[in-house]
Design a binder for this molecule. Structure first.
Ligand code: FAD
Length: 591
């Protein structure tokens, strides 16, 4: 049934946060504790957000296991990003990390402990002491369920602070006035099928990643890039969307993640000859080189005929760690291996392949989480809109994220955005600004077109076509020819998204409607990714182009900005100047 545009139910809040993952809930906690009225929307119950699946840890230079400091962490992050990360944001994050983690500890997060009572830290890819000299143990862990522990801790704190949760609500579109300020969102209550206008003085996008635009992914099924779709439709750019991280160790055939923490605890990758091949590719860091590097090395082994079994995977061996360590430090990994790979890692190695895992790009923001847009070459913060967590490009991860830096990103910038909203909007007593009817109409017309269509393409078919095209054209290794074909393939699917039709028009918990709306977001992310990738003529971080195998700092040390309208690209400089310390100039990235 089509919604009636001018009589939609309305609710007013100081702040609407879209997303109840680690980023959304760290931000909402700050806001609710300051006494603001906060609505947090989530497609699923908050503690089912993808953050719950994070296994390995959250990085901070606590130095509990050996000497460490934030400046080394900063260096590793800049180098990990292949120099595309903004150094002001990276300094901010690495400096804040110990405080942010101790804060979680004081909130009651159940970290693993050392015998002296301090937080246990494990080694992780790319984390080193003394500017790359040797691996350092920097990842603070709660067994292999760190995200689970973090998300439940944040949820409980939010309940105590009286954050209002809107569970099983799907945000549809951003609402803007003529000046371009954001004044809230339209949202669908899944239980009733009603659409609401949620008015907000500030709107925070915390919708997580979009790994589900690929066929093989470690991501939850809800990770369809809704926040990116909303931002793109509202005319905001998406930044650095060519950079997607393949995680080296997804279970072959299933995609389920095997945390890098396994290699942190001493697990090693072997090819069919039983060779520990990472010693050849990365003599210093070996199996703990950054993810882009390990993924490509694995792909190379498989391509050159040294894959195991049918030749399509390599194996991760951990039996030498002993049953006790595996059961204590990696209990969920053992369970995953038994359930999804049919092997018990106490005895046998796990078959693994690189699998899409994390989006480095996203909605561009500054270190306060404010979304920044560009007009005539000038960047400016958008009034009323913030983005945090995986959907944002702040940009601390640049062209490649270091493991455990994402959970850190959530809590540092979630908190920073919350503080910025509290500090810069003391006038929150002022009334909500009127929302132009045309903004609401845009969103409702979009839904009504979908709702009233009586024939067309099936959601599942169009969704699958997007996933297959991305998997085929945008893999671990890329070629210009493949990427350009990918641009065409995805652009040719865009009209099909416009003709999606579903038969069941019932209102109550109609998942067909939700899936169709998700595909309208997925297509924007896929368009941004293919177009940005086909135009970056170099190899940097996760973007490895066969035709241009080298990094090109002269022409490409810059961020890509993609605009939905006309699939237009612009570029902006990387922030090479940190806040207080000297810049780390680009150099060759070897491990
Ligand atoms: C399997 C796995 C393991 C990982 N392990 C680690 C690790 O060990 N360390 C690390 O640092 N990183 C890890 N990562 C990455 C990290 O977990 C994620 O980047 C991070 O948790 C994302 O958090 P988020 O708050 O941005 O979004 P999410 O936790 O994904 O939450 C997104 C929220 O947005 C909501 N939402 C989305 N769209 C809408 C909409 N339209 N309307 C309303 N709500 C919406 C969802 O319901 C959800 O509540 C891992 C990722 C995966 C997939």
């Amino acid at each position: 049934m089509a919604a009636v545009k001018d009589s939609l139910p309305r609710r007013q809040f100081d702040v609407v946060v879209v997303g109840a993952g680690g980023a959304g809930m760290r931000c909402s906690l700050q806001l609710a504790q300051a006494g603001l009225s906060v609505a947090v929307l989530s497609k699923v119950f908050p503690t089912r957000s993808h953050t719950v699946a994070a296994q390995g840890g959250v990085s901070a230079s606590l130095g509990n296991m050996s000497e460490d400091n934030w400046y080394w962490h900063m260096y590793d992050t800049v180098k990990g990003s292949d120099w595309l990360g903004d150094q002001d944001a990276i300094e901010f994050m690495c400096r804040e990390a110990p405080n942010a983690v101790y804060e979680l500890e004081h909130f009651g997060m159940p970290f693993d402990r050392n015998p002296d009572g301090t937080i246990y830290q494990r080694p992780f890819g790319g984390h080193t002491a003394n500017f790359g000299e040797k691996p350092v143990q920097r990842a603070c862990a709660a067994a292999d369920r760190t995200g689970h522990a973090m998300l439940h801790t944040l949820y409980q704190r939010n309940v105590a602070a009286r954050t209002q949760f809107f569970v099983e609500w799907m945000a549809l579109d951003l609402l803007r006035n003529d000046a371009g300020d954001v004044l809230g969102v339209t949202a669908l209550e899944m239980e009733t099928g009603e659409i609401y206008v949620l008015e907000a003085k500030q709107t925070v996008l915390a919708t997580g990643g979009a790994g589900r635009i690929w066929a093989a992914s470690t991501n939850a099924f809800i990770n369809t890039g809704d926040g990116l779709g909303m931002a793109a439709r509202a005319g905001f750019p998406l930044q650095d969307m060519e950079f997607w991280q393949f995680h080296p160790t997804g279970v072959a055939g299933a995609g389920v993640l095997i945390t890098e923490g396994v290699r942190g605890e001493g697990g090693i990758l072997l090819n069919k000859d039983g060779e520990r091949f990472m010693e050849r590719y990365a003599p210093t860091l070996k199996d703990l080189a950054p993810r882009d590097f390990v993924s490509r090395s694995m792909d190379q082994e498989i391509k050159e005929g040294r894959g195991c079994g049918d030749g399509s995977y390599v194996v991760l061996k951990l039996d030498h760690l002993g049953a006790e360590t595996i059961q204590k430090r990696l209990p969920s990994i053992r369970e995953i291996a038994i359930k999804f790979a049919n092997v018990d890692p106490i005895k046998d190695p796990i078959p693994v392949v690189p699998t899409i895992h994390y989006q480095m790009g996203g909605i561009p923001t500054n270190i306060y989480g404010q979304v920044v847009s560009v007009a005539n070459g000038h960047t400016k913060a958008v009034n009323g809109l913030y983005a945090i967590g995986e959907c944002a490009a702040t940009s601390v991860h640049g062209a490649n994220r270091l493991g455990t830096n994402s959970l850190l990103d959530l809590i540092v910038f979630g908190r920073s955005a919350g503080n910025h909203i509290v500090q810069t909007h003391p006038e929150r007593q002022h009334a909500h600004e009127p929302i132009p009817q045309s903004a609401i109409d845009f969103s409702i017309d979009r839904v009504n077109r979908l709702e009233t269509r009586t024939s067309g393409e099936k959601t599942q078919d169009v969704g699958n076509a997007i996933r297959v095209a991305m998997q085929h054209h945008c893999g671990v290794f890329r070629t210009l020819d493949l990427l350009n074909k990918g641009v065409d393939a995805i652009e040719s699917l865009a009209p099909q998204v416009e003709s999606i039709y579903f038969k069941d028009k019932s209102k109550v918990f109609n998942t067909a409607r939700i899936e169709a709306l998700e595909v309208t977001n997925m297509i924007e992310v896929a368009r941004a990714t293919t177009k940005s990738a086909a135009n970056r003529l170099e190899s940097r971080g996760a973007h490895a182009l066969d035709d241009h195998p080298d990094r090109d700092d002269v022409n490409w040390l810059r961020h890509t900005l993609w605009f939905s309208e006309g699939s237009r690209l612009e570029y902006k400089p990387v922030q090479m100047t940190p806040l207080t310390v000297d810049s780390f100039p680009p150099k060759a990235r070897t491990f």
